[in-house]
Design a protein around this ligand. Structure first.
Ligand SMILES: Cc1ncc(COP(=O)(O)O)c(C=O)c1O
Length: 394
């Protein structure tokens, strides 16, 4: 009998983590690798949040928490949804989990049956497809291109829907493209979806605050979509709290209760100290973390300027998140320093080996024409990395 399940054997390793591991290996060999592959702010968690965690330890918060999170935290989330998004949720509609990643895993586990199709506008976040597959769903890629700023149009959505379509998952601001759907663009998608009342939407808004154009829009803001939208959010990105592992959903009550039930059997409530700290984070105005967003914007402008100076990198202007997603098809079929570049994976590997810069192949995000470069790194690192890339491809 085979040792490991088909389930795990059929699962892809997270490409972003795989690239980080490869970069670590090369660093271990003494190579000076600049890591632009991970989706992780390079800031420290703000002091006012750290102090809340220290206070929680001193106040002896050490027991199991309610599976779906402390009531005070769920209240802070309700306040946040109202204040920042104009969304009204009640306590049973909120579930706090071990990162937005677990929120997504819960949703897939409680909503998908074998063969249910999940529409994924490409490029999509690296884990969506595997989470769906793990739960016997079928990821259906909806191709977009740089020409539509990597956003799915209503016509593309309509064409992708089949009788098996159960859900659509997308992030806005988008990881990896940085694109943001405006309220009008979301409304155009909603106009298609209202004709298909059985389709649910997972609106992943984890990069909400990392927005350089202002005006974050949520699918659940539309009255006719509220009852079938699951809003996913978390503190990893805007509050520089990736390791604290807190994410949350606002959802139709039936779905939230099912996620609570699922979580109760597999992980229980997330870390108690982190939950106490997040109460403080969410009750504060988002303006407390604006300094990080301002710095990300400076870096975005910097990296765009530098990349636009290299022949063969075609970029859009990302409006949020902290990634650029250049189309690099110009290099396909070319031989650089004796290595033939046939696709984005080969190109990304070439940059790692020859420029000592870690990026991620777009293939992992459902777009094999592009690579993802994270600019959650210092300006000096960005300048040095792009200089090396320029040399390696010239
Ligand atoms: C679009 C998107 N959704 C969800 C997550 C998961 O975030 P968390 O750290 O809260 O699990 C990430 C992290 O990279 C992400 O980029």
């Amino acid at each position: 009998m085979q040792l490991l399940s088909d389930r795990i054997l059929n699962m892809a390793t997270s490409a972003t983590l795989a690239m980080a591991a490869k970069a670590r290996e090369l660093r271990g060999e003494g190579k000076d690798i600049i890591g632009l592959s991970l989706g992780e702010p390079d800031f420290n968690t703000p002091d006012f949040i750290k102090e809340a965690a220290i206070q929680a330890i001193n106040d002896d918060y050490n027991s199991y928490t309610p599976v779906d999170g402390y009531v005070e935290l769920k209240e802070a989330i309700i306040t946040k949804f109202k204040r920042d998004n104009g969304l009204t949720y009640t306590l049973p509609q909120i579930v706090v989990s071990t990162g937005a990643k677990q929120c997504l895993a819960n949703i897939a586990a409680v909503m998908l049956n074998t063969g249910d199709e999940v529409l994924l506008p490409c490029p999509y976040w690296v884990s969506y497809a595997d989470i769906v597959k793990l739960n016997d769903g079928v990821p259906v890629e909806v191709k977009t291109s740089i020409d539509t700023d990597f956003k799915m149009t209503a016509t593309q959505l309509e064409a992708a829907i089949t009788p098996k379509t159960k859900m659509i998952w997308f992030s806005s601001p988008c990881n990896p493209s940085g694109s943001i759907y405006s309220k009008e663009e979301l409304r155009a998608l909603a106009d298609v979806l209202v004709k298909h009342p059985n389709i649910y939407v997972v609106s992943d808004e984890i990069y909400e605050h990392i927005n350089y154009v202002g005006g974050h829009a949520s699918m659940a803001q539309f009255e006719d979509m509220y009852d079938r939208t699951i809003t996913v959010n978390g503190v990893s990105k805007a509050f520089a709290m990736t390791g604290w592992r807190v994410g949350y959903i606002g959802a139709p009550e039936k779905i939230a209760r099912a996620c609570n039930k699922m979580q109760g059997q597999i992980t229980s409530g997330t870390n108690c100290i982190a939950q106490r700290a997040v109460i403080t984070a969410l009750n504060e105005s988002p303006s407390r973390v604006q300094y990080m967003i301002d710095e990300f914007k400076v870096r975005r402008d910097l990296i765009l300027d530098l990349l636009n100076d290299i022949e063969g990198f075609k970029t859009n202007t990302p409006e949020g998140a902290f990634y650029v997603f250049p189309n690099v098809t110009h290099f396909f079929g070319k031989t650089l320093r004796g290595k033939t570049i046939n696709n984005a994976t080969a190109f990304s590997l070439y940059l790692l080996e020859e420029a000592l810069v870690a990026t991620v192949t777009g293939e992992a995000f459902g777009n094999p024409d592009c690579i993802r470069i994270s600019y959650a790194a210092s300006q000096e690192q960005i300048i040095e990395a792009i200089k090396r890339i320029k040399e390696a491809v010239s």
